[in-house]
Write a protein that binds this ligand. Structure first.
Ligand code: SAH
Length: 223
C-alpha cells in the first residue's frame, strides 16, 4: 500500500473494522439503504477532521471542526441521505451547509450532479481539497448564503440542508423540481425537527423524520 492508500484506508481507530462497527450500529438504528451504508464504510471520515480528533472519527457523534462548526453525526448524515434517495436516484442535488465536506463525499457518488453551498470560505477551501484528494467528481461548490439557494442552477430534484432555519426558506421551496424532495432541520436552539418536504406540482407534503440538533442556518434571506 502507498502512504496515500494507508491514509485513506486508515489504521487502528480509523481501520475497516472500526468502520464496520459504525455501520452495524446504523443498521440497528434503522438505516437500511445499502448504498448509503456502503458510503459510510468507504468514506474516510477521519480525513475531514483535525488529526487530534481522528481516533474518534468512527464514533456516532458530531465533533468540532473549528470555526464554531461541527462535522455531522454519521447517523444523521445516513438518515438524511437515505431520505433523499427514497424515491429513486436524484439527478440534480443542492446541498446547503457543506462545511467540512463529509456529507458531500457521502452523497456525491449516489446522485447525478451535486451543487454545494457553504457560508464560511476557509471550510469550503478545506473541503474542496479533501474531496479532490478522494477523486470525487461531479461536484460544484461555492461560498454563499444558503437561504437563497442556487437560483441559476434550479430546479433541483433534491435539496439537503445541514443547518437549521426557524422556518423553511421560501427560495428552497421554489427551487425544488416537481417530484423533488427537500430534507431540512427546522427549529430553534432548543428543539429542531428533521423534515422531508415532497413537491407534487404546486403542493408540498411534509413528513417528520424525528428530532435532531444542528447549528443554525445563519442569516435570514436578506442578510
Ligand atoms: N455538512 C457538514 C456539517 C456542516 S455543519 C458535514 O458533513 O459534517 C453546518 C454548516 O452550515 C456549517 O459549516 C455552517 O458554516 C453552514 N451554514 C450556516 N448557515 C449557512 C448559510 N446561511 N448558508 C450556507 N451555509 C451555512
Amino acid at each position: 500500500m502507498t502512504t496515500a492508500d494507508t491514509r485513506i484506508q486508515g489504521i487502528g481507530m480509523t481501520s475497516a473494522r472500526t468502520r464496520d462497527r459504525l455501520v452495524q450500529r446504523l443498521r440497528e438504528q434503522g438505516i437500511n439503504n445499502e448504498a448509503v451504508l456502503g458510503q459510510i464504510c468507504n468514506v474516510p471520515r477521519h480525513l475531514f477532521m483535525d488529526e487530534a480528533m481522528a481516533s474518534r472519527a468512527y464514533e456516532d457523534t458530531a465533533l468540532p471542526i473549528g470555526h464554531g462548526q461541527t462535522i455531522s453525526q454519521p447517523y444523521v448524515v445516513a438518515l438524511m441521505t437515505q431520505a433523499l434517495l427514497e424515491d429513486g436516484r436524484p439527478e440534480k442535488v443542492l446541498e446547503i451547509g457543506s462545511g467540512c465536506g463529509y456529507q458531500t463525499a457521502i452523497l456525491a457518488p449516489l446522485v447525478g450532479k451535486l451543487y454545494a453551498i457553504e457560508r464560511l470560505a476557509p471550510l469550503q477551501v478545506r473541503a474542496r481539497n479533501i474531496l479532490a484528494s478522494l477523486n470525487l467528481r461531479g461536484i460544484r461548490m461555492r461560498v454563499g448564503d444558503g437561504w437563497k439557494g442556487w437560483a441559476a442552477e434550479a430546479p433541483f430534484d433534491g435539496i439537503l440542508v445541514a443547518a437549521a432555519p426557524e422556518v423553511v426558506p421560501e427560495a428552497l421551496l421554489q427551487q425544488l423540481a416537481d417530484g423533488g424532495r427537500l430534507i431540512i432541520p427546522v427549529g430553534g436552539r432548543a428543539s429542531q425537527e428533521l423534515i422531508k418536504i415532497s413537491r407534487k406540482g404546486s403542493a408540498f407534503e411534509t413528513q417528520s423524520l424525528g428530532a435532531v440538533r444542528f447549528v443554525p442556518l445563519v442569516g435570514g434571506g436578506d442578510s
